[in-house]
Design a binder for this molecule. Structure first.
Ligand code: FAD
Length: 471
């Protein structure tokens, strides 16, 4: 009987524990991708980018003699139907850790088990399984540094070679056509992520890692903080769909460190942050939906995502140039530099006194590297409501941050067309991507800050005093 291999956020052939084990059975394998309830719930840009990843993976499977079977509908229904059609008695997948995916997987497991169909889940998305890292008293870690200490000496998995050829079933079940799914439809909100900024698929992800290690990892510790230069790997876009394995990145970091590259250790620490985010999400699913620290429920945040302030933030029209540049980069490219994520997040939650959930949800709609764990941890960290968070009273000053991390203003000029006689292509790409209803143009005046740097700080600190009961 064939085994159904249900691919989700693991769209690669190399370094794939489930695939490697399936190959060892020697039996026929049917790769499947489902447009299910979880995919349905994703934001516009992640769903669009996922579609490109599926397309690329289907081509890679073709090249090894297999097909990626596509079905749309509830996961359990689709898998039941596929088992009936193909005679498969087993469905395998790589484990997921966010609450939506876990609920779906539990339902699938119970439903298929009841029919005597074997279900198995495999590791592969993380370096270390969340339950395998414990404090001395058997709990989970809430703070990064001791977590890092606990995993520091563990080694990544050894490489698993991609299969040369997948054993095919006697006949392939019918498949949807990817085009009919219209994965880009949500992007028709007026604009689109500009495709030239994307790097899609397993081969491209691998090249990206190799290039980063050859050219940039040595300077990473310093260059990573500069949104005006290409100092980071860009791999989040690939890691989130599993186009490259985290183990491959980790091995590359360790090898570079061994070879004396200074920034390699720092890069490794960032990879561990990703695992830490999943560790926390696994143990406290509320990370994604509620203030991790319940006392923050009393904080007087605005929860209106359509307020004038939240709207200006989303559209890159706050008048605070670094914030606006970053929000525009996000809209046009589906990406945003990490330092800029911290500054825009701080500006929204502190200067604009707006709930982090508004920013979290906007990022989840716009980021091509949207990752349920990293996005939630990032927002709760910057807002101050999370575990191991930046203290709330540490308010990023968007003016001095810009002077420090974008010293020549190159990043701001790259994205803000207003006031430039001949705006660069990036700034024009944003204007082309922005919905017409936003009414933006290169010739309109650039706004004054809606909340100034110092004013925002005062606003934030007095709201914080209320929370502390000292007002
Ligand atoms: P590099 O600097 O090259 O780092 C390599 C990898 O390490 C990244 O690809 C990522 O997997 C991991 N990493 C790096 N920084 C972090 C971090 N701070 N936390 C967790 N993992 C990290 N990252 C996402 O992947 N998806 C998100 O949706 C996301 N949302 C965020 C929201 C906010 C408010 C903040 C502050 C951060 C968020 N991050 C998110 C983390 C970080 O900004 C991105 O991972 C990083 O910018 C990706 O660029 P890169 O691949 O070039 O990173």
């Amino acid at each position: 009987d064939p085994i159904l291999l249900w691919f989700r956020r693991d769209l690669r052939l190399a370094d794939h524990p489930m695939l490697a084990e399936a190959m060892e059975t020697g039996g026929p394998l049917i790769p499947v991708f489902l447009h299910d309830e979880v995919v349905e719930g994703q934001g516009a840009a992640p769903r669009f980018r996922l579609g490109l990843s599926v397309e690329s993976f289907a081509r890679d499977l073709d090249a090894v003699g297999a097909k990626l079977i596509l079905r749309r509908g509830r996961a359990l229904d689709s898998l039941r139907a596929l088992c009936a059609e193909t005679g498969a008695r087993a469905v395998w997948w790589s484990r997921a850790y966010d609450p939506d995916a876990r609920a779906r997987d539990a339902e699938v497991m119970a439903g298929l088990d009841a029919e005597g169909i074997e279900t198995r889940d495999f590791p592969g998305h993380l370096l270390f399984e969340p339950d395998s890292v414990e404090t001395k008293t058997g709990g989970y870690y809430k703070v990064y540094t001791p977590y890092m200490k606990a995993v520091r000496d563990r080694l990544p998995d050894a490489p698993l070679a991609p299969p040369a050829r997948l054993p095919a079933p006697e006949s392939w079940p019918q498949s949807d056509r990817l085009d009919d799914w219209h994965m880009a439809r949500g992007m028709n909100r007026g604009g689109a992520v500009v495709a030239k900024y994307l790097v899609v698929g397993e081969r491209a992800a691998r090249d990206r890692l190799d290039r980063f290690v050859a050219q940039r990892i040595a300077d990473y510790a310093i260059a990573r903080d500069r949104p005006d230069i290409e100092g980071t790997s860009g791999l989040s876009e690939n890691l989130t769909y599993g186009e490259i394995s985290i183990h491959a990145c980790y091995r590359a970091a360790l090898a570079a460190r061994e070879a004396g590259a200074e920034g390699a250790e720092h890069f490794r620490k960032e990879l561990v942050w990703r695992d830490f985010a999943y560790h926390l999400l696994h143990h406290t699913p509320r990370l994604i939906s509620r203030n991790w620290r319940a006392e923050w429920d009393r904080f007087p945040w605005s929860e209106d995502g359509d307020s004038a302030e939240a709207t200006a933030w989303k559209r890159g029209r706050t008048g605070m140039a670094l914030v606006d540049a970053a929000m525009r980069e996000l809209y046009a490219t589906g990406r945003m530099h990490n330092r800029a994520r911290m500054i825009t997040g701080s500006y929204l939650t502190k200067h604009l006194q707006t709930h982090w959930k508004i920013g979290h949800d906007w990022f989840a709609d716009c980021l091509v590297d949207w990752d349920p764990a990293n996005n939630a941890l990032g927002w709760q960290w910057i807002a101050g409501s999370g575990p191991d968070a930046a203290p709330y009273f540490r308010v990023y000053n968007p003016v001095s941050q810009a002077e420090k991390f974008d010293p020549e203003g190159a990043y701001r000029r790259a994205w803000i067309a207003e006031g430039q006689a001949d705006p660069p292509q990036t700034a024009r790409d944003f204007l082309a991507a922005a919905p017409r209803a936003w009414g933006l143009s290169a010739t309109m005046p650039y706004p004054e800050p809606i909340v100034g740097a110092a004013e925002g700080r005062d606003r934030a600190l007095s709201a914080y005093a209320t929370l502390r009961g000292r007002a």
